[in-house]
Design a protein around this ligand. Sequence first.
Ligand SMILES: Cc1cc2nc3c(=O)[nH]c(=O)nc-3n(C[C@H](O)[C@H](O)[C@H](O)COP(=O)(O)OP(=O)(O)OC[C@H]3O[C@@H](n4cnc5c(N)ncnc54)[C@H](O)[C@@H]3O)c2cc1C
Length: 526
Amino acid sequence: MKPDYLVNFDTRQLPQDYWDYVIIGSGIAGLYAAYMASSIGKKVVVITKQAVDNSNTDKAQGGIAAALGTSDSPELHYDDTLMAGAGLCDESAVKILVNEGPGRVRELIEIGARFDQKGGELALTKEGAHSRRRILHASGDATGAEIQRALASRIREDKNVLVLENHQAVDLLVHDDTCYGILVYDRSAEGLHVYRGAGVILATGGLGMLYEHNTNPEVATGDGIAIAYRAGAEVMDMEFIQFHPTVLSLPGAPRFLISEAVRGEGAYLRNRYGDRFMVRCHDLAELAPRNVVVRAILSEMANTASEKVFLDLSHMSPDLVRERFPNILKTCAKYGLDITRDPVPVAPAAHYMMGGVKTNLNGETSIRGLYACGEAACLGVHGANRLASNSLLDGLVFGHRIVECVKKYKIGRPKKQIEFACDWLDSGPVGYNKIRTGLRTVMNQNVGPVRTGEGLKKAIEFFNKYSYINKHEATSPPDMEVRNMLEVGSLIAESALMRTESRGGHYRLDYPDSRDSWRKHLILRK
Ligand SMILES: Cc1cc2nc3c(=O)[nH]c(=O)nc-3n(C[C@H](O)[C@H](O)[C@H](O)COP(=O)(O)OP(=O)(O)OC[C@H]3O[C@@H](n4cnc5c(N)ncnc54)[C@H](O)[C@@H]3O)c2cc1C
C-alpha cells in the first residue's frame, strides 16, 4: 500500500539538513527538550509554525502544579491526579510526573522563570480537585507567557539550537517503522525542506481549533497527531477531550479563558437567577473536577434556557482579585465588565486533549526514532481527565525524559540514507475553507462534552464524505491543516463511538455510567 502524504515531493530534489534532534513545536515541551538536548552538547533545530510564542503554553494562565509546599507531598499530588483521571491514569507515569516534577520546576526557575512570591516564598494557589495549595503562578494569571519568555530567551542565546519560525511540519519520512526525518514547508520561502535527525520529537500541542468554541490559539490544529498517525504511529485515548467550564461568553468578545484559579481563590458559579448551583451538584462545589463542572453548567443552561452562567467574584476582596488576576481583569474591562463587581458570563469550550500519539515513559512512539511529548503525546498520565495545571508539568517532565533516554541508550542517527517520494496525489481545488467551517460546527454539535451514538455517527458521516480529499494535494499551510483536522476529528469521533460508557472527559448521554469492562485504552493505528 502507498504511504499517505499531504503533498507530492521527491527528497532527492529538496534541500536537506542533518541535526541530532529535530523538534517540532516551540511550547514548553519543545523548548524544554531543546534546552536539555543542547545542555548535553546536541545540535537541535526547532521547527515552529508561526512565531515562537504562538502556542498554548503562552496562553496558560492558572499555573504549574508541583508538590513544593510544606504541607504537600508527591503522594498527595499522585492521589489527586489519579482521582481526576477517572480510573484511566497510567500509575507509573503519574509517579514519574509527581516525583520528577518539583526538580524540573526548580530547573525552570534556574533558567529564569519568575514565579510569584509571598513573604519571600513561592506563592502557591489551589485549583479544582487539588487537595493542597500547589500551583505556582507568574504575574498573577500570566504563568504560561512567563515560562514561554524564559525558555525562548534562553534558547535564543544557545549556539546549539536553531529556531525556525514560520515553518510547518508536513509529513514524517518513515520506512520499515523507522523515522528518517520530516518534510517541512517554509511558509516564508514557500518551499519544502527535509530535516533529518537521530530523533524527531513531536511537541506540536493540542487541537482546540477543531471546535468552533475553544480556548486555543489558531496553531492548535492537531497537526502532530495527524502526521504521526498518517506515518503509521499508534495514537491513544482520542475520545478524551477536556472542555473548560468557564470561558468568557459575550457577543463580540473572543472565547477568553477565565482561569480555574479564579474559582480556586473563591469565586462562585451562579445561574441566571443567581442560584449557586454547584453546591447542589458536588461536595467540592465549584472546585469539583472540570468534567463535572462542565456538565453541571450545561444542564443549568438548559434548565434556565440560557446560553451562559455567571462567575461571581463580588464577595472576594477587590485587592486580591486585582493582584491575582490582572490579565483577566484587563481583558474583561475591554468588554465593559468590572470583575470585582459584575457577574462574568461564561460557558464551556474545548480546551485540552488528553489523548495523542502513544508513547512509553521515555517518550518513544511505536516508530523508531520518533518521539512525542507535551499535549500532542499520550502516555496515560492524565487518564480520562487532566488535573488542572498538570499539563505544563507534563511537558517539562516528559520532554526531559526523551533526552535522558536518547543519552542513556546512545541512540544514533539512522545509518542508511533513504530517499522518499510521492507523485500520486491529484492537484486542483478542493474547497478546504468550507470543509474547515463545516468540520468545526460538526465537532461542536456532535463531539462536544455531551455525546450520543446518533450524533457521533453524523460526525463520522461528515468525515467519510470528505475522505476522497486524501487523494488530493494540500499545497498551502491552511489546506494542510484542514487535512490534519479531518484526520484527527475522525479519530476522535470513531473512538468516542466505540467507547460505550461515560468516563472523565468523555460523556455519552446514551451510556451515562462508567463500566469496569471499559477500564482500558483505545489504541488506533492506520
Ligand atoms: C487558555 C489556556 C490556558 C491554560 N492554562 C493552563 C494552566 O494554567 N496550567 C497548565 O498546566 N496548562 C494550561 N493550559 C494547557 C497548557 O497550556 C498546554 O497543554 C501546554 O502548554 C502544551 O504545551 P506543548 O508544548 O505540548 O504545546 P504548545 O504550547 O501548544 O506548543 C505547540 C507548538 O507546536 C507548534 N506547531 C503545531 N503544529 C505545528 C506544525 N505542523 N509545524 C510546526 N509547528 C507546529 C505550535 O506553533 C506551537 O509552537 C492552558 C491552555 C490554554 C489554551
